[in-house]
Write a protein that binds this ligand. Structure first.
Ligand SMILES: [Zn+2]
Length: 134
């Protein structure tokens, strides 16, 4: 009888933890899917990394990541490069390619994409312009 009780309570416990784990997994998948959808449906723009910007620091923030976060009110999980699934690590300096717009922008990129020298696409809504007084 005692064994039966132990077995029953073990089953309940396994069921509970398994349910919690699955709920967590499903939430992760749904979040990832939503993020991907957003990335794919937004207007894309071609950009290039601006190098030699390491000395330029934002006036009122500790980093360009903090600058971007303050302007947008959030920080994305994913790198903004369309062809990349890496995590958003840094607020990178970029410039639009094939455009009369010569402004500098900050965009969340993974550390790998921050080193890219090619042209890549990001969603326009992820660009935060940098002004002379920032
Ligand atoms: Zn990336």
């Amino acid at each position: 009888m005692a064994y039966r009780l132990i077995a029953d309570s073990l089953c309940v416990e396994i069921e509970r933890t398994e349910k919690a784990r699955l709920t967590h997994e499903v939430t992760k998948v749904v979040r990832g899917w939503n993020g991907l959808q957003n990335k794919n449906t937004r207007v894309m723009v071609k950009v290039k990394n601006l190098h030699n910007t390491g000395d330029r620091k934002p006036k009122n923030y500790t980093s360009w990541k903090e600058f971007w976060k303050a302007k947008k009110g959030y920080w994305p999980n994913d790198c903004s490069a369309y062809d990349c699934n890496g995590p958003a690590d840094v607020g990178a300096h970029v410039k639009k390619v094939d455009s009369y717009d010569n402004k500098w922008y900050i965009v969340p990129l993974c550390s790998g994409c921050n080193k890219r020298t090619d042209t890549f696409e990001v969603s326009e809504s992820r660009l935060v312009p940098v002004n002379d007084n920032d």
